[in-house]
Design a protein around this ligand. Structure first.
Ligand code: SF4
Ligand code: SF4
Length: 230
């Protein structure tokens, strides 16, 4: 008698995403509970994004999409106030500390200390923390940059399309649901969940000693900058 198990090659996109969502849930829940310092939380954020990358690549294999308009140096979607989860703001700042030279880091500090209408990690039209960029940045896609310029990211009037959707749409849905899942886990653990504005959170992390530890110990309102309070 043949096994009823579905081979990885024949999983539907929805089956695959459910499986990876369960894996991501378990990874985040156990990783955050066990984290004992900032490095653990940043490492957890990095692992979560690595899992997202894996999901994105597999979705492109099982439900390919026509070429997107997105390319390096296309920055309209970065000229917004980006919202994310505190753990990904911490990873972005850690990446900047690791890879920026003194002048660039000084420029980032200035940006974080002032009002900004675009992402502080955007330098010369490019993402300076590309491999550590938050999940929301990974979900944006477009077939027509002119629509992005009108504020229409992804595809206009596209609802949920189940198994029939293409990889870019499936991936956007996966990331959206995972962000919600992460917030829910944080709330269960008594933490202030996202979303927070990336620039506000990065600024607090930069100027407040032990900010990530305070957040993990249950301090509320830590990352709520002027944009969140408004
Ligand atoms: S979503 Fe739009 S603005 Fe962003 S990279 Fe893609 S085409 Fe460019
Ligand atoms: S983190 Fe990078 S990809 Fe995301 S908005 Fe900022 S510059 Fe753009």
């Amino acid at each position: 008698m043949q096994s009823a198990e579905v081979s990885p090659q024949h999983r539907s996109p929805l089956e695959y995403m459910r499986e990876k969502m369960a894996q991501a849930d378990s990874m985040f829940r156990s990783g955050l509970s066990a984290a004992s310092d900032d490095a653990d939380i940043i490492d957890l954020a990095r692992k979560m994004l690595a899992l997202c990358d894996e999901v994105g690549q597999e979705l492109h294999r099982i439900c390919p999409v026509q070429p997107l308009a997105c390319h390096s140096g296309c920055d309209t979607c970065c000229r917004n106030l980006i919202q994310t989860n505190p753990v990904f703001a911490a990873l972005g700042l850690a990446e900047a500390r690791r890879s920026f030279d003194k002048d660039q880091f000084s420029m980032l500090q200035d940006r974080l200390a002032s009002e900004t209408l675009f992402c502080p990690f955007l330098f010369d039209g490019k993402c300076s923390i590309y491999h550590s960029r938050p999940m929301v940045c990974r979900g944006y896609y477009s077939f027509d940059v002119e629509l992005c310029k009108q504020g229409e990211y992804s595809e206009k009037n596209m609802g949920y399309q189940g198994d029939g959707a293409h990889a870019a749409h499936q991936y956007m849905i996966f990331l959206f649901v995972l962000e919600q899942r992460i917030e829910s886990i944080e709330r269960e653990l008594g933490l202030d969940s996202g979303p927070v504005f990336l620039h506000d959170a990065a600024h607090v992390l930069l100027v407040t000693p032990g900010a990530l530890g305070l957040w993990q110990s249950g301090r509320h309102g830590l990352f709520a900058g002027p944009d969140v309070k408004a």
